[in-house]
Design a protein around this ligand. Structure first.
Ligand SMILES: [Zn+2]
Length: 323
């Protein structure tokens, strides 16, 4: 007879091995999701899905969208789940009737790129890292080993860039910088800075709902995520609003305890690895216990997108591999 915990460990290990089903919108009733807009600056808005409707993102369904609007047309950040495109479009039309010209993707996950093909077919030109395009073209296999379903070719970014100087957009009185990030949440992350609005959309390498998620199957890395946090702290001024793909808007001081938590968990896991502990033993030690009360969503069922166990398993596998 196996214990409930052994069962959960086995179940989540299977999930960890592949792109998480929780990130795919599985079990989501899209008809229950509304899209609401939040004004960040006179011409910059953030769009979010309803809370409590997406099992993988209980705080707000799917990934946050950015909309820079004005006479030069609309620039978007990310595309949400494809099932929500009509609602996203309606929310944008509440803001502006201008043509949607460009979109930038923060990273490959379907809660951020699922609507890409729909917007591309409306004539929107999509920008992203070359790595993101490759990740979209070659998704990791499912947990049972079968190949992931191919994405609509229209979802692929048309304009791609590497790790060089930021790509700049000059629109609507704003300067937008697409800032490449070395392998962090995924292998193709980009931060999007709005210079005049003094806001940066940082994607998912920081989150304050649930524990960090580093998608090593899509090229993410623990080291890179820590570097990305440092880079964000340097890039941001004291009043810069940092806007994650999920959770609440933060400032650079909020990154400090988050980074410290990752470093503390990393140190504890490293210590247990040096004592030849197995993954099961490390998970059973609950090394995140000092933080669990401060991390909403951190104790979701094992295997869930942002659970403590998945985070610790990721740290374990990265350290074990000497990364
Ligand atoms: Zn996301």
């Amino acid at each position: 007879m196996i214990t409930a915990r052994q069962f959960l460990v086995a179940a989540f290990t299977a999930v960890v091995l592949s792109t998480s089903v929780w990130a795919q919108g599985a079990g989501t009733d899209f008809s229950k999701i509304d899209i609401t807009a939040e004004k960040i600056a006179p011409n910059l808005y953030m769009l979010s899905g309803s809370a409590g409707t997406d099992p993988g993102h209980q705080d707000a369904a799917g990934g946050r969208i950015g909309v820079l609007a004005g006479p030069d047309g609309i620039f978007m950040v990310d595309a949400q789940y494809g099932q929500l495109t009509d609602k996203v479009l309606a929310a944008i039309r509440q803001i502006s009737p201008a043509p949607i010209r460009f979109m930038a993707n923060t990273h490959v996950h379907i809660d951020h790129t699922g609507g890409n093909a729909n917007f591309a077919k409306m004539g929107v030109t999509i920008f992203a890292r070359e790595d993101l395009r490759e990740e979209l073209k070659h998704p990791p296999a499912l947990a049972n080993g079968t190949p992931a379903p191919a994405r609509d070719p229209a979802s692929l970014p048309v304009v791609t860039y590497g790790m060089g100087a930021p790509v700049k957009f000059h629109m609507n009185g704003e300067v937008v910088d697409l800032i490449p990030v070395r392998a962090a949440h995924t292998g193709g992350d980009t931060m999007i800075r709005f210079e005049n609005a003094n806001a940066i959309m940082i994607g998912d390498f920081y989150r304050n709902y649930g524990y960090p998620y580093i998608d090593t199957n899509n090229g993410g890395s623990l080291k890179g995520a820590l570097e990305a946090l440092d880079a964000t702290t340097e890039l941001a001024g004291p009043d810069t609003r940092l806007i994650p793909g999920h959770g609440t808007i933060i400032h650079r001081t909020d990154i400090v305890p988050y980074r410290d938590m990752i470093l503390a968990v990393q140190a504890k896991v490293q210590q247990m690895i040096s004592q030849a502990k197995t993954l099961q033993e490390v998970l059973a030690a609950h090394v995140t216990a000092p933080y669990d009360a401060k991390v909403p969503g951190g104790l979701l069922p094992a295997g869930a997108g942002t659970s403590a166990d998945r985070f610790v398993a990721m740290v374990y596998s990265e350290l074990k591999a000497g990364k």
